[in-house]
Ligand binder design. Structure first.
Ligand code: 4AD
Ligand code: MG
Length: 424
């Protein structure tokens, strides 16, 4: 039986399999806290138990199987205890290197062991729900899941963060985003999504950037900018509500009060980039020249005014990726959006309508130092039955970090990769 189900078996005999999480001995008793994927439970061996001496041999992280009867016990850490009948030791662990109060860096060095900690286990459970909820949201609306190529010949999000890979005697890059391929695939499938790894050589050492991260992306034919924003806010709300439903215990263990997330329902506040600059000046005395991208400190200041994510639209066209189209209503801006999480967790979504004007695309590719001939295959999408279409990408680790109230994005992925951290 999984320890998570122990509360439903009071008075019954059960068998659990797990690991020694904590251990304490007195002359008369051995107190064990056993953990498995579902939680923790106390098992106490009294001196008169035939296996008392055997239980004393156990060490932290030893693996074992215990058969016994479940009893409610207010004093034990989970409120339940198992009165042991039979103990089977599976493996006696060597001295476990992780003890209390160890530095972040040490815990990252032994990530392969720390991954079994209760905190990381809880964060990975939340992550699993986030992935499931994104899939569920789009599947229910008739979207197909389409996996991207990981090796790509061109950049989607600018050359600066490309990872180069030796490809036989040529060079390729690890994908930064599925988007350009999604734009090709909507001509057959119309509505698609993916959840896949993305790679960016991020030189900045922040608590928000990974070199390898997972992006959940959607792309839809016929979809225009307003509908895109709605789809994004509804999807994020669905994810949050699903996490509240399935992971409230995990959130509490991580120090996140579930109540703080209850407000996350549509509609989210919307600001244009220009309105965001006004807000920064009015409320924070920050004068950002129009045309400059928002930095994380500015995003944090904006998000501090809202208890749910905020959608910022219409960034200056000049500083945006080549595929984001001019907005005829405000021609110096693009039909694009970022969604910023509350509490300073930064940008969780980037998306846009896609430019369908082939000449504009060529002009902006050139301006951004790219060779349009490398994008010929992509430009074909504007030659054969072009349609308005839109899509966005959601950073899985950013969302998990926000929902779990983590202080670093590294704990939102099992084995983080950053500029300085690539082992184990
Ligand atoms: O805003 P970005 O760069 O958008 C795109 O890549 C589009 N092509 C997506 C699309 O329209 N299909 O990235 C999308 C999101 C960001 O908002 C952020 O949440 C996350 O991906 N992200 C990162 N997360 C962790 N580490 C990094 N280095 C990240 N870079 C982007
Ligand atoms: Mg972005």
């Amino acid at each position: 039986m999984n320890i998570g189900n122990v509360p439903e078996s009071v008075g019954k005999e059960i068998e659990i399999r797990g690991w020694v999480y904590r251990m304490r001995e007195t002359k008369e008793r051995v107190f064990l806290i056993i953990r498995d994927s579902g939680g923790i439970v106390q098992v106490v061996f009294n001196r008169d138990h035939p296996q008392f001496e055997e239980a004393k041999k156990l060490t932290i992280e030893s693996s074992l199987i215990v058969k016994g009867v479940v009893k409610e016990d207010k004093r034990s850490p989970s409120g339940y205890e198992i009165i042991p009948k039979k103990l089977k030791i599976v493996h006696i662990a060597e001295r476990f290197p992780i003890t209390r109060d160890q530095s972040r860096e040490f815990l990252l060095d032994v990530r392969h062991l720390w991954i079994r900690s209760r905190r990381l286990t809880a964060a990975m459970k939340v992550r699993s729900t986030v992935l499931e909820a994104f899939r569920e949201f789009y599947r229910e609306q008739g979207y197909y899941e389409l996996s991207p190529p990981i090796l790509t010949p061109v950049a989607c999000e600018g050359k600066l963060t490309l990872f180069e890979v030796k490809y036989y005697d040529k060079k390729m890059y690890l994908t930064q985003s599925w988007q350009l391929y999604a734009e090709a695939a909507i001509f057959g499938l119309e509505k698609i999504f993916t959840i896949s790894p993305c790679f960016r050589a991020e030189k900045s050492k922040t608590s928000r950037h990974l070199s390898e991260f997972w992006m959940a992306e959607m792309e839809a034919a016929w979809m225009e900018f307003d509908e895109l924003q709605k789809s994004a806010e509804e999807c994020v709300s669905h994810i949050v509500q699903k996490v509240l439903e399935k992971n409230s215990e995990d959130l509490k263990l991580l120090g996140r009060e579930p109540k703080a997330l209850e407000a996350v329902k549509p509609p989210f506040p919307r600001l244009t980039y220009t309105e965001a600059l006004e807000l920064l000046e009015r409320k924070h005395g920050l004068k950002i020249p129009w045309g400059k991208d928002l930095r994380t400190i500015e995003e944090d200041k904006i998000s501090s005014h809202f208890d749910k994510p905020v959608i910022i639209t219409n960034y200056p066209k000049e500083i945006m990726a080549f595929y984001k189209p001019k907005d005829p209503r405000y021609p110096k801006t693009a039909k694009c959006m970022d969604m910023i999480a509350p509490e300073g967790y930064g940008e969780i979504i980037g998306g846009s309508e896609r430019d369908t004007d082939i000449n504009e695309l060529i002009t902006w590719l050139k301006k951004q130092g790219e060779k349009p001939e490398h994008y010929e295959w992509y430009l074909d999408m504007r030659r054969y039955g072009s349609v308005p279409h839109s899509g966005y990408g959601l950073g899985i680790e950013r969302v998990v970090a926000w929902l779990c109230k983590l202080d670093n994005i590294k704990d939102a992925i099992a084995f983080p990769r950053t500029m300085f951290r690539f082992k184990p």
